[in-house]
Design a protein around this ligand. Structure first.
Ligand code: ADP
Ligand code: ADP
Length: 229
């Protein structure tokens, strides 16, 4: 499981000259390896920005971000990302979508195919390997997106409202599945959500960001006894 260090990180979006948006203002955050951290807070407080920075999708304006000591300057090989939209490639089969990161990295596809099938089975998608995204429901597609993020066994899983677009029942099931998977993997998770219920149920630490952009208002460590593997 990866360790995350956020040191005095600020992020300003330069929309046009003289009209900058300060999304994060000197944020400090340490995330211990193997912890499940949920971030909640009102729209616009900078949650997605923090996740994009950690995912290496956009650079910091100032400060430092480290994953296992490496300063993040591009997508880190140890990080997997899941967004609210599944972003599956419609012309690729389910298994080919899960194996996409393996192919991009030029790793051995055949060696990872059984792992991909295993992940799909863990979320109830056994037998769906050769189907295509359009043949699956929204919840099923989001499960595929999670499998794609997990195929490289990321030490850090970054999730931005992964269940935000799902109906209540599917969401409930996904929350349970995510917990089961995480209890097995014990990787570090950063999970953005609007659902305080999700946050409290899944996370062992809940961070509340302030509506003043990018300030941490409240940082709760929840001491819930959890089953150990
Ligand atoms: P949250 O995820 O908490 O809703 P965001 O990180 O999406 O917050 O946004 C924080 C602030 O930065 C908001 O004011 C938002 O409008 C602004 N913002 C986010 N992304 C961009 C962008 N690509 N360009 C300009 N402004 C942005
Ligand atoms: P390459 O494609 O150059 O072989 P790798 O992805 O295998 O690079 O990473 C090699 C090492 O480079 C990693 O173990 C890590 O220490 C460092 N590294 C990779 N990506 C990043 C990153 N986004 N930020 C900081 N360091 C990184």
């Amino acid at each position: 499981a990866a360790n995350v260090r956020v040191e005095g990180v600020s992020k300003t979006y330069e929309v046009r000259a003289g009209d900058d948006v300060k999304a994060l203002d000197r944020v400090d955050l340490d995330i211990a390896p193997g912890s499940f951290v949920a971030i909640v807070g009102p729209s616009g407080c900078g949650k997605s920005t923090l996740l994009s920075l950690l995912a290496g999708l956009t650079p910091v304006s100032s400060g430092r971000l480290r994953i296992d000591g490496d300063e993040v300057v591009k997508p880190h090989p140890k990080a997997g990302v899941v967004f609210q939209s599944d972003l599956l490639l419609p012309w690729r089969s389910i298994i080919d979508n899960v194996l996409l990161p393996i192919e991009i990295k030029g790793l051995d596809r055949a060696a990872s195919a059984s792992r991909a099938r295993e992940l799909l089975a863990q979320v109830g998608l056994q037998g769906f390997d050769n189907k295509f995204p359009f043949e699956l429901s929204g919840g099923m597609r989001q499960r595929v997106a999670i499998c794609r993020a997990l195929i490289q066994e990321p030490g850090l899983l970054l999730m931005d409202e992964p269940f935000g677009a799902l109906d209540a029942l599917t969401r409930e099931q996904m929350i349970m599945d995510l917990q089961t998977m995480w209890l097995r993997l014990r990787n570090t998770v950063l999970f953005i959500t609007h659902g305080i219920d999700e946050a409290v149920f899944l996370a062992d630490r809940v961070i509340v960001m302030s509506p003043r952009p990018g300030r941490v208002d409240l940082d709760l460590t929840i001491d819930i006894p959890r089953p150990r593997r």
